[in-house]
Design a protein around this ligand. Structure first.
Ligand code: NAG
Ligand code: NAG
Ligand code: NAG
Ligand code: NAG
Ligand code: NAG
Ligand code: NAG
Length: 885
């Protein structure tokens, strides 16, 4: 069995896909991914994402189970764990060479396995597999970390979901916390389109936002980006933060600090830009066409007071004009004619072209302007000076640190390492342009990032710090952000001061700020370590870049430092690898961070062994239910006999600054609007900027939600006096499914069998027909047909109560109940004395109140517009009272 593992592994991948395909058709799966979660927590731009996949082998014999996910290229994996039959197997991060050695030894002992990794434009693959015994389960858990970069005015968190089969318990949970507040948030990506967008819920508070994506299994087969194998696509969460201070946002914790600097109160600096465009033979065809298209657009975007030059090169250099010219309408028009005539052919003289461009800029120095060189090439230097080392030397000498050189490498034939070095040595960055239909947009996108210089020669200074990350920057562009992190060495200082010195269009500018250290350490305890990790992440990234430029001993030192940090923080970087040891005498596996442009490593024994199809499945095994579920008969609940109870859900905190631009609000005094007693305050996400909330006077038993088409209904019973939520909730689906939840237990009857769960028990999964129940600590996730919801168990000051959270339901009109419709939109009516909303064709007065959002386990306080119940639901309460749960 151990022999030919490699080949077996390779073929199994193919097999897996086949199996899943078959499974989708025959409803007979031998591998069941019964749970797939992605949980991303972003704190001050630092994102930690955990992907958890729980898989069951439904066969009556052991088989290999694969785990494959895509993670953002810029991220570092920091943990990988497999749990098999209660036993934990953790990946261990080691120096790359050491890991490789261990791996080689294993190979020579006849065991073998390697990681197949590939890199796409923004994502890279992580793959592994493990043999799972008959009717057993495995949990894979992968954690990765990244610092989100601000580009064009926003941060983007990219989450890829491709679980390889439709999954009953599929969830993406994102929580973003930004100390200064979140100014906008948008969810994009292929997973937020059409029917699937029903499954996306966004909850916004001042400093926090939550995005939840809970598609049902059915939806996972029917979206644009889906196939029979389930979801396959991205969720992209874009946001920006509120910038209260021009001097930046400073956070301190546990002896580390991070400073985000992105001032906006500055005028743009006119730029002198020279575009150096490769038109050698290899650019011919689509590439040169796209380059022309992009250049025409870029020229149109130049500002009137910019100066620009154009150089095209192959074996010889051609300039549009020998000098830089102002971007007047006439000049731009003329330059466009030149661009349209660019034709490809010939060799590549990068050296002469860049030196010519430097010369042009040096000859026309402009006071109060920012100079930028942008080189676009798709190949190696082939004529003139062709020695990369010489070119680097020449260019560095010519530019001598005065302005940045950005290199755009078009396609994969280019020596990207060389271009990167060329740029890094000259304060720029190297960027890849992928040969694709949108290459022109990529070029324009890059240009936009550097189109508006705001500051040059930026120097950030701090007192009493050490081990700073990069703190000088040649230019700062609108829409970007400068991030500096470091260690605080002088803990005796009462305040922490920052000083930023830079040149703006007309003058030297200084941004000073000073913050009391006591005020800053109050970050939430769960985020305590993130600044330290952020610092380590940034330091390793920058050391790895610096290594490109260093030689000999210096390079060794940088490498050692990066290695030590990578090992300490368990980052899988280009210089470390993760060794995954598997149960028994299965092979060990080494995971390297893949390099871009690298082909899949050649597997020595592939090809030589024929795919050996696995034996036919044993008799169909039972579903994965039952474990840890005791059964009993469905009991009638003990109903308290109060006829009315007082339920308070609203929070009596004073409202944070309401974010209404359109409504100036003299009435927004500190909150006086706690919900009237005997009512419950319902918070509702809306299609508009802020959530709505309304008070529902409650009878004892009410219909929370009913969806006739889906044959679904949910009723709730209030706690007795003094409580804040529900003591019982009952859910009915079709004629036969009944789930009754109380604060102690849950009883589910499917018409034949009854199962009982207790809140205390371990993670439990129960699936039958189109009903899935998953119980995890204090949360019961329920899927019934096309409806997904969770019932949360809240414990507060000795009070225990339930709260429903509907995460996905069809947007049809047949919805009834006090929870209201799926998605309600409103308009804010500007100019009125009292804040007023237009809702359901009605103008309603409102006020801004703070409410605890019990739909989330952490019950955060969020602001909402308080409106009358009748307006939202368009019915009277009596329509929703029920006599029986
Ligand atoms: C996501 O991860 C965070 C941090 O580990 C944790 O506090 C939170 O409960 C998790 N959320 C979910 C929905 O699992
Ligand atoms: C599993 O297979 C063995 C023989 O291979 C058989 O005796 C046993 O009944 C099977 N169990 C199930 C649950 O199918
Ligand atoms: C910077 O960009 C923002 C939008 O992202 C824009 O409102 C602002 O005017 C820009 N600043 C300058 C100087 O162009
Ligand atoms: C800076 O980092 C190095 C290791 O990277 C460490 O040895 C040193 O103690 C750090 N300096 C301070 C002041 O903490
Ligand atoms: C900024 O702070 C530095 C010391 O940190 C001080 O020398 C300088 O005068 C300050 N500048 C302004 C404009 O406050
Ligand atoms: C499950 O749901 C699908 C689609 O919603 C439906 O076609 C099927 O009949 C349902 N199965 C059962 C057993 O209710």
């Amino acid at each position: 069995m151990t022999m030919d593992k490699v080949a077996l592994k390779l073929t199994l991948f193919g097999l897996l896909f086949t199996c899943v395909n078959l499974a989708a058709e025959n409803k007979k799966q031998d591998i069941d991914i019964y749970s797939f979660h992605i949980n991303s927590t972003v704190t001050s731009r630092y994102a930690t994402t955990v992907i958890t996949s729980r898989v069951a082998n439904l066969l009556n014999q052991s088989q290999e189970v694969h785990f494959e996910v895509k993670i953002p290229k810029d991220a570092f994996i920091s943990q990988f764990r497999m749990t098999i039959e209660g036993k934990i197997y953790d990946g261990v991060v080691k120096e790359k060479e050491e890991a490789q050695q261990q791996y080689n030894q294993a190979v020579s002992r006849g065991q073998s396995a390697g990681l197949v990794s590939a890199v796409g434009r923004t994502l890279e693959d992580f793959k592994t597999s493990v043999t799972v015994a008959a009717l057993s389960k495995v949990t894979f858990e992968l954690t990765y970390e990244e610092l989100l970069k601000r580009r064009l005015g926003k941060y983007e968190l990219l989450i890829n979901a491709q679980p390889m089969q439709p999954v009953a318990d599929f969830k993406i949970d994102v929580h973003i916390h930004e100390n200064t507040g979140i100014s906008f948030l948008e969810v994009k990506g292929g997973l937020n389109t059409k029917d699937l967008s029903n499954a996306v819920t966004t909850i916004r508070a001042d400093k926090d936002s939550w995005v939840k994506f809970y598609p049902t299994r059915d939806q996972q087969k029917k979206c644009d980006d889906c196939s029979k194998n389930g979801l396959n696509g991205n969720l992209i969460i874009m946001y920006d933060v509120v910038r209260q201070k021009q001097s930046g946002d400073l956070t301190l914790s546990n002896g580390y600090f991070v400073h985000y600097f992105a001032p906006t109160d500055i005028q743009r600096i006119p730029k002198n830009v020279v575009f150096i465009i490769d038109k050698s033979g290899s650019m011919s065809g689509k590439k040169i066409e796209q380059t022309r298209m992009a250049m025409l657009k870029i020229l149109s975007d130049l500002d009137e007071d910019d100066h620009f030059g154009l150089i095209t090169f192959s074996g010889h250099i051609e300039t549009w004009k020998p000098e830089l010219l102002k971007a007047t309408e006439g000049n731009v028009k003329e330059a466009k004619m030149f661009v349209k005539r660019i034709n490809s052919g010939g060799s590549t003289d990068i050296n002469a072209a860049v030196l010519k461009a430097v010369d042009m800029i040096n000859n026309y120095p402009q006071e109060g302007s920012a100079s930028i060189l942008i080189l676009l090439t798709d190949g190696d230097p082939t004529t003139g000076e062709t020695d990369p080392a010489k070119i680097l030397e020449n260019v560095k000498k010519a530019i001598s640190g005065k302005f940045p050189l950005y290199s755009l490498g078009f396609g994969f034939d280019v020596n990207f390492e060389f271009l990167k070095k060329l740029s890094l040595e000259n304060n720029g960055v190297g960027r890849r342009i992928y040969e694709d239909s949108d290459a022109d947009l990529q070029l324009q996108g890059f240009y936009k990032e550097v189109a508006i210089p705001l500051l040059t020669d930026v120097q950030l200074n701090y007192q009493g710090v050490a081990n700073l990350t990069q703190s000088t920057f040649s230019q700062y562009y609108n829409g970007s952000e400068i991030v500096v992190a470091g260690q605080i060495t002088d803990n005796s200082l009462e305040s922490f001061t920052t000083e930023v010195i830079a040149l703006s269009k007309s003058t030297k500018v200084v941004y000073n700020s000073s913050v009391l250290t006591g005020d800053l350490s109050s970050d939430r305890p769960e985020h305590e370590n993130f600044i330290k990790r952020l610092w380590a992440f940034l330091t390793v990234k920058q050391l790895l870049e610096k290594m490109v430029l260093l030689k000999d001993l210096e390079k060794e030192n940088a490498k050692k430092e990066a290695l030590d940090l990578s090992l300490k923080y368990r980052f899988v970087t280009p210089i470390t690898s993760m060794v995954v040891t598997k149960p028994q005498n299965e092979e060990m596996q080494v995971n390297h961070k893949p390099k871009e442009g690298e082909k899949e490593p050649n597997r020595h024994s592939s090809g030589s062994i024929k795919p050996s199809r696995r034996q036919k499945a044993a008799p169909k095994s039972k579903m994965l239910s039952g474990h840890a579920i005791r059964t009993s008969r469905l009991r009638a609940p003990n109903s308290p006999s109060y006829s009315l109870s007082k339920v308070m859900v609203g929070q009596r905190t004073s409202p944070q600054r309401p974010k209404l631009r359109s409504i100036e609000s003299p009435t927004l005094k500190p909150l006086t609007t706690s919900p009237p007693s005997r009512s419950v305050r319902i918070l509702k996400s809306s299609g508009s900027a802020h959530p709505l909330c309304y008070d529902v006077p409650l009878a004892q038993k009410v219909r929370l939600q009913q969806n006739i088409l889906s044959e679904f209904s949910m009723n709730g019973e209030l706690e007795s006096v003094g409580g804040e939520g529900f003591s019982q909730i009952a859910i009915h689906y079709k004629a036969n499914h009944h789930l009754l939840l109380s604060t102690t237990e849950m009883i589910y009857n499917d018409g034949q069998k009854t199962v009982k769960f207790s809140w205390e028990q371990d993670l439990t999964h129960h699936e039958r027909e189109n009903v899935t129940l998953i119980l995890r600590s204090n949360e019961m996730d329920v899927t019934m047909g096309n409806i997904r919801l969770a019932i949360l168990l809240h414990k507060k000051d000795g009070d225990i109560f339930l709260w429903p959270a509907i995460w996905q339901q069809p947007k049809d009109v047949s919805l009834m109940g006090i929870l209201g419709e799926a998605d309600i939109s409103y308009e804010e009516i500007p100019g009125s004395q009292t804040p007023t909303l237009k809702l359901k064709d009605q103008e309603v007065k409102t006020s801004w109140v703070m409410v605890k959002d019990y739909r989330l386990a952490s019950a955060p306080v969020v602001g909402c517009w308080l409106v009358p119940f009748q307006v939202v639901v368009q019915r009277e309460l009596s329509d929703f009272t029920v006599t029986q749960l």
